[in-house]
Unconditional design. Structure first.
Length: 323
């Protein structure tokens, strides 16, 4: 995994991904006590940054292999990205998703043409189910985060942040990123190392699912005790990736842990002040910027709003309770 792979991904994604623009608001700056710049990947194709990595991985497959079809294992956003990428190439896709995934994510994945296979997070192994489906249907697995091509695709966000920060004459900042397995965080970190070396990524996780934060503190990969039970479904993974963790060890700052209430409040604030919709996991980094400023340095912070695929009931809860 290296910077050249990110540049190659940037070429493959040219004309395919949306180059999301930076948003800001004086109201957010006042809450945070510093300038806050939002990278709204909730406005990306499929409503999530995941399209970048998924498309890059599918596009890089040899044509004969790609034409057989692809498989994804996902809580929803990666699955949608793979399904849409497969649709663009006119190939079949199968997506293994937890039965407790937001209904919007399940239905959107099906709408992109994928066959969705549901499983129980608590009692079934998604890896075993995926392996059986891949073997039966001769499909290529596109991993959600521990895959170099996926990491490279996500790293294109870092290239854009570096360019957008330079336009604003900002040469030093923390970059807060909602973090599950670490594909987005590590990809952005690699891009910033090359293009904005004074920028530092900070993984942000929900309470009780802070495996990356604890792993960085301990120096070894640690698992979460629970596998489900958070509204931040998009960033719930068992542990950091074998590929992503060494990158994060080398390049990222300390992790930040936020509560579900923080995320819901950040969702409502983003809607009220920026007019964008963010899902709970996708709002984790904004929650850190707004309500955990004591963990940050400097007068500017960049925030990735990683996804916006939220069910109406959860979004309504955010607006009613925190708006």
């Amino acid at each position: 995994m290296n910077f050249d792979m990110i540049l190659a991904a940037n070429r493959r994604l040219a004309g395919k991904r949306r180059r999301t623009q930076i948003l800001n608001s004086p109201f957010l700056d006042e809450i945070a006590g510093r300038r806050v710049f939002i990278k709204p990947e909730c406005l990306q194709h499929t409503g999530s940054f995941k399209f970048r990595g998924a498309y890059n991985a599918v596009a890089a497959l040899p044509e004969t292999l790609r034409n057989r079809g692809v498989l994804a294992i996902s809580s929803g956003n990666h699955g949608q990205g793979v399904a849409y990428a497969a649709k663009l190439f006119g190939i079949k896709s199968v997506v293994v998703m937890p039965s407790d995934a937001p209904n919007l994510k399940v239905e959107n994945t099906r709408a992109f043409g994928a066959k969705v296979v549901l499983y129980d997070r608590a009692t079934e192994s998604r890896e075993e189910i995926g392996a059986a489906l891949a073997a039966k249907h001769d499909l290529t697995l596109i991993k959600p985060f521990d895959e170099p091509l996926v990491i490279a695709g996500q790293g294109t966000i870092g290239l854009e942040i570096a360019e957008q920060a330079a336009l604003r004459k900002i040469d030093e900042a923390d970059v807060l990123i909602p973090c599950g397995g670490g594909g987005l965080t590590s990809g952005v970190a690699l891009a910033l190392e090359a293009k904005a070396p004074n920028f530092r990524v900070r993984p942000v996780e929900p309470e009780n699912f802070d495996d990356v934060t604890r792993s960085l503190q301990s120096g070894e990969i640690l698992r979460n005790e629970a596998s489900a039970g958070s509204i931040c479904d998009a960033i719930i993974t068992p542990q950091p990736g074998d590929l992503t963790f060494p990158i994060l060890q080398r390049l990222s700052g300390d992790g930040i842990v936020v509560s579900e209430a923080d995320c819901l409040c950040a969702m409502a604030t983003a809607f009220t002040r920026l007019k964008i919709v963010i899902e709970p996991g996708g709002a984790a980094a904004l929650a850190a910027a707004l309500y955990h400023g004591d963990a940050l340095d400097g007068d500017a912070v960049f925030v990735v709003a990683s996804g916006g695929n939220v069910d109406a009931e959860t979004f309504q809860q955010a607006l009613l309770d925190w708006g």
